[in-house]
Design a protein around this ligand. Structure first.
Ligand code: E4P
Length: 220
């Protein structure tokens, strides 16, 4: 499973990329707004930090403007993936950009039927929002299971399932068990994945016992 981080905070991205575990980045208009920066500057900086796909979302809702915005965002760097909403105009834009060789991430997916449309429109990624479904007492992980199963049935569907709106480490492991290709993680969830109290406890015991030996590996 690939790990993307879901933030436009460049210092967070730099910090997490240093772990060697970050395969890409997703942003959206809300995250860009939170950064307080110009989208073109932020995306360019992120593309310099992480080699993998960097999702930059269009802000228009009509085909002509979405296409022009997408083309402009794609010019920022080779690793930009243009993100479009799952609407008729968004999928038309997806087809046009994909045909021109630009990767597209179709966002705001909340049903398996929408995911089929995105695959048919040539999306490189489909982003089902599991947390927002769970928030309305629906079943986010059930949607991931359905999309993974459907995509596996068709060799001509090349779209990767990018699990979005993740809220916890268990969302990541459940999505991995289902075979989803990518999880996009809020930085806090990526940090939480490292943690286990028995790891901390075990390490403290090893360090204490080691200190008692008086040894140094580097001095031997
Ligand atoms: C990622 O591409 C999405 O924009 C993001 O995961 C949405 O997450 P949220 O529901 O926590 O805002």
């Amino acid at each position: 499973m690939k790990f993307f981080v879901d933030t436009a905070d460049v210092s967070e991205i730099r910090d997490l990329a240093a772990t060697g575990l970050v395969d890409g980045v997703t942003t959206n208009p809300s995250l860009i707004a939170k950064s307080g920066r110009r989208i073109l500057d932020v995306i360019a900086e992120i593309c310099d930090i992480v080699d993998g796909p960097i999702s930059a979302e269009v802000a228009a809702t009509d085909f002509d403007t979405m296409l022009r915005e997408g083309q402009k965002l794609a010019k920022i760097a080779d690793n930009v993936t243009v993100k479009v909403p799952l609407t008729p105009d968004g999928l038309k834009t997806c087809r046009a950009l994909s045909d021109a060789g630009t990767k597209v991430n179709v966002t705001l997916c909340f049903s398996a039927g929408q995911a089929i449309l995105a695959a048919k429109a040539g999306a490189s990624f489909i982003s089902p929002f599991i947390g927002r479904l769970d928030d309305i007492s629906s079943n986010g992980m059930g949607l991931i299971a359905d999309i993974v199963q459907i995509y596996r049935n068709y060799d001509n569907f090349k779209t990767e399932v990018l699990v979005a709106s993740i809220r916890s480490p268990s969302d990541v492991t459940e999505a991995a068990k289902l075979g989803a290709h990518v999880s996009t993680l809020p930085p806090s969830v990526l940090r939480q994945l490292f943690q286990h109290p028995l790891t901390d406890k075990g390490l403290q015991a090893f360090l204490k016992d080691w200190e008692a030996t008086g040894q140094s590996i580097l001095d031997q």
